[in-house]
Design a protein around this ligand. Structure first.
Ligand code: ADP
Length: 866
């Protein structure tokens, strides 16, 4: 709007100027023409005047000539002389005036005529002077002079006419030029005036606008000043020389350069002479039209404290885009910086806390994706960090717990609840279940939209299991209590709880019954109980109670109670006192049982015991008699069996010796078989007798040296050992045991004998005899490299007649090991075998260690006997 107005004004001025110029040019030209015409008019008037003067002068000269001619006096020549001078000047004037006319020849012709006239005059004068008056008169009387004069008059008249014509023409022209000039001038001036009037209006409007603009500019400036002044930041506006144009209150408060009014117009560098060079350079760059900014500038104040500033330098320009100064905005971010540092530290702490927390912590997106999890959570669910982040909490939540969790989440997103805490199950990576306590809070963004959940996950698996176990235990306890109560009821056990302070007693139904009352048929208290106790037992029972309370021992007493029907019943009561913090007995709890039947049995037993000794003695005597009879029988049987055997052996031998030469090989074999069978039978009888004796004979146990026992056994087997080239290794010295020496020799002999016997004939027997002391016992082992025993037979072989081989393969009676077991049994020991078929056997016997051997460890030298 303003621009167009200015343009209009400018255009108006230009048009007016052009019009004025045109007007000037046209007027000038018209005036010039007018003036020129006027000059020509004047010239024409001059020419006419000069022509008339010339004619007049010539007439004067002619008059002077006539006078002289007539008088001869020189005084008459005066007009002539002056006429000559004048006419010459006039002719010159005419020439000059007419040089630019088209009639120069006419002037020359006139001049020639004038010259001719003057010459004629001069001639006449000269002739008069010389006295030739007549001649002069004759000349005068000739009409030559008149002709010349007429000619001059004609020419002057022509010239005058011409000039008059020109004069008229020029006057007309002048008139025309004048009117034209007037018209043009009037027109253009009028137009110009109108334009000027318009321009004046435009200028007035422009002025109004300018004033308006100035007013608004002032207002704007004031607003700007106010804006800058109250801007919540340190802002200052400078001119090109860094003098303050505007400044904010905040700037004044921050940097204390004085009041706003005192600062305006002052040089920044005068107020702050210690400005760092980098800032001055930034100002200069700003003044050169560049924007500068620095987000964090550390500035050390004079007092040594440091400040962090964020500043911006911005050039400002006038309308013509010329930089007129700079704007500086400074923000003190020291506090912010401190907060940032504190925030960073706090974030660091948070990170550390997050990562090292003893509970699982996670950030979970509203859709359930794990955004961030700590190490503990990974441990709880058994996933690696990346694996966990690749799934959602729904993926690892136990299906049975998911709905509850999701419903809480929805309530939280809807703003119905702020947090929730539930116990739920996760499915670990290894598919095992882990119980956790989950506490969730929701973090929203500034728009209140859900951003993420913070979940705290506590592993309560152990607690849950304990709880389950406790519940199980409680259930079991309840059931057990129930069972116990039922058992009490059914077993007839009465329970009582006697409050020693109030004398009140709590009985169960059985207690009532045991004392001869209907359940809850009376008020249970001490007196009610005491009333039932048999008078003879009261004192002892009460003493037992007092003694148990005072000595803090179990209360125990049997007493009789007398029911209303005078029947007497035995009660056995047991109890224990309960004490308070001050050691004062407050309760006595216990049970009671009807022992009437037991008491009757005890009495019967006592009577029985009294006759028992006699009966045992009688029985023992009887048994001894039977044993003796049995031994006599055994002896006679064995003796009677031996007699035919000896006869068989004797006859077989006689047959061999007397008829041996008559008999063939088969007969010899038969005889040998009879003989062998007899020997075998003899051995069998011997073994049976040994076995039988072992059961019957009284045996004495005493410390027995195993070395001596083994030596004795080996001596007995000397022949077999030599025959089989057996190697017997004894890890001596062997300790002493508590045993019956002969029986032990028999046991060891049997075992070594078997070790020699049950070896493949192709193998050389190798026997190791060793002993190990274990606490108060000795384990004697006899190890061989024989055929071994299958596990299923290892127990059987200790029975009588148990044999695993035919007599042809390995001879024997099957009684050896039975004797071993019986003997060891009788000596209070144990026997056994460890063996594997084909890999030898290790028979062991365990006997008590002789006391003098205890704590005296023996060396384990070994020697072998071959
Ligand atoms: P026998 O008179 O046959 O030796 P035992 O009672 O001594 O009778 O042994 C019973 C059976 O136990 C033997 O027939 C044999 O089969 C087996 N036996 C005993 N000792 C050994 C051993 N050291 N190695 C292998 N087998 C054995």
């Amino acid at each position: 709007m303003k621009q167009s107005l200015v343009r209009q004004i400018n255009a108006g001025f230009s048009i007016t100027l052009v019009l004025v110029l045109i007007n000037g040019v046209i007027s000038y030209r018209n005036i010039f023409r007018l003036v020129d015409n006027e000059r020509l008019v004047r010239q024409s008037h001059q020419v006419i005047a000069v022509l008339e003067d010339t004619l007049s002068t010539l007439k004067d000269a002619e008059t002077g000539q006539r006078g002289y001619l007539l008088t001869g006096q020189d005084q008459y020549l005066e007009p002539y002389n002056s006429a000559i001078t004048r006419v010459s000047e006039q002719v010159q004037t005419l020439k000059q005036l007419k040089t630019r006319t088209t009639q120069p020849q006419q002037i020359e012709v006139l001049e020639q005529a004038i010259t001719a006239k003057l010459t004629e005059l001069n001639q006449t004068i000269q002739l008069r002077r010389t006295g030739k008056f007549d001649e002069a008169l004759r000349i005068v009387r000739s009409d030559r002079g008149k002709r010349i004069m007429d000619n001059i008059r004609t020419q002057i008249a022509v010239l005058e006419r011409q000039e008059t014509d020109q004069l008229q023409q020029r006057t007309a022209e002048s008139q025309q030029h004048l009117s034209s000039a007037l018209f043009t001038f009037t027109l253009i001036t009028g137009t110009s005036l109108i334009l000027l009037a318009l321009l004046a209006e435009l200028v007035r409007r422009n002025e109004a606008q300018r004033q308006q603009a100035e007013r608004s500019l002032r207002e704007r400036e004031e607003r700007l000043q106010t804006f800058v002044k109250y801007a919540p930041a340190s802002i200052a506006m400078f001119n090109e020389t860094m003098h303050y144009l505007a400044v904010s209150q905040r700037w004044i408060e921050d940097y204390h350069p004085g009041s706003i009014e005192s600062v305006l117009g002052k040089s920044h560098y005068d107020l702050f002479p210690n400005q760092p060079a980098r800032w001055r350079a930034a100002h200069q760059r700003g003044l050169a039209g560049h924007s500068e900014k620095c987000d964090e500038d550390r500035y050390v104040l004079l007092d040594g404290s440091e400040q962090f500033l964020r500043w911006e330098v911005q050039p400002w320009q006038d309308n013509s885009a010329r930089v007129k100064g700079i704007l500086i905005a400074v923000e003190d971010i020291t506090q912010q910086k401190r907060i940032e540092v504190a925030l960073r530290e706090s974030e660091q702490q948070f990170k550390v806390t997050f990562n090292q927390a003893a509970v699982g912590i996670a950030q979970v997106a509203p859709n359930g994706t794990w955004l961030r999890v700590n190490q503990k959570l990974c441990e709880i669910v058994g996933y690696r960090y990346e694996e966990l982040l690749a799934c959602t909490f729904q993926d690892i939540t136990h299906p049975a717990d998911l709905d509850l969790d999701l419903s809480y989440m929805r309530q939280m997103i809807a703003g119905e609840i702020q947090t929730y805490s539930i116990e739920k199950r996760y499915i670990r990576k290894d598919r095992s279940i882990v119980w956790i306590n989950l506490t969730v809070a929701l973090v929203r963004d500034s728009d209140g939209q859900p951003k993420y959940f913070i979940s705290v996950i506590e592993d309560i698996d152990h607690r849950k299991r304990l709880e389950a176990e406790r519940q199980q235990a409680e259930l079991a306890l309840r059931q057990s209590e129930e069972r116990f109560r039922s058992a009490m009821e059914f077993s007839g056990i009465g329970t009582w709880d006697w409050n020693l302070l109030t004398e009140q007693v709590i009985w169960n139904d059985n207690s009532f019954r045991l004392l001869g009352y209907e359940p809850h048929g009376c008020e249970p208290n001490y007196q009610t109980w005491r009333n039932r106790v048999h008078p003879d037992d009261i004192e002892a029972t009460e003493q037992a109670i007092q003694s148990a309370i005072s000595t803090r021992s179990f209360y125990f007493s049997d007493f009789r109670v007398v029911w209303d029907d005078d029947s007497v019943h035995w009660i056995s009561a047991r109890g224990r006192a309960v004490y308070n913090d001050t050691e004062q007995p407050i309760r006595l709890l216990g049970v009671m049982l009807n022992i009437t039947e037991r008491k009757a049995a005890e009495i019967a037993l006592q009577q029985l015991n009294a006759t028992l000794e006699q009966r045992i003695e009688d029985r023992t005597t009887r048994l001894t008699e039977i044993n003796q009879e049995l031994e006599a029988f055994t002896y006679s049987v064995s003796h009677d069996l031996r007699a035919p055997l000896r006869i068989m052996q004797g006859f077989a031998q006689a047959l061999e010796e007397d008829y041996g030469t008559h008999l063939d090989d088969l007969a010899h074999t038969y005889i040998q078989s009879i003989s062998d069978s007899a020997v075998q039978m003899g051995t069998l009888i011997d073994d049976l007798l040994s076995y039988s004796r072992l059961s019957r004979t009284q045996i004495n146990l005493q410390p027995t040296e195993l070395n001596a026992v083994v030596d004795a056994a080996l001596r007995q087997l000397q022949r077999e050992i030599e025959e089989r080239h057996a190697v017997v290794q004894i890890q001596s010295p062997l300790p002493s045991v508590i045993a019956n020496r002969p029986i032990l020799i028999q046991v060891v002999t049997n075992l070594i004998s078997n070790a020699l016997k049950f070896v493949e004939p192709s193998n050389q027997p190798a026997i190791i005899i060793a002993a190990q002391v274990e606490k108060n016992s000795v384990s004697l082992t006899i190890e061989d490299n024989g055929i071994g025993i299958a596990p299923e037979y290892q127990d059987r072989i200790f029975g009588v007649f148990e044999r695993l081989h035919g007599i042809e393969t390995f001879p024997g009676t099957g009684i050896g090991l039975a004797i071993v077991r019986k003997g060891i049994d009788r000596m209070g020991g144990q026997v056994g075998v460890e063996s594997q078929l084909g890999h030898g056997s290790r028979f062991w016997i365990v006997l008590p260690l002789a006391s003098n051997q205890i704590d005296s460890p023996h060396d384990s030298n070994s020697h072998s006997l071959n």
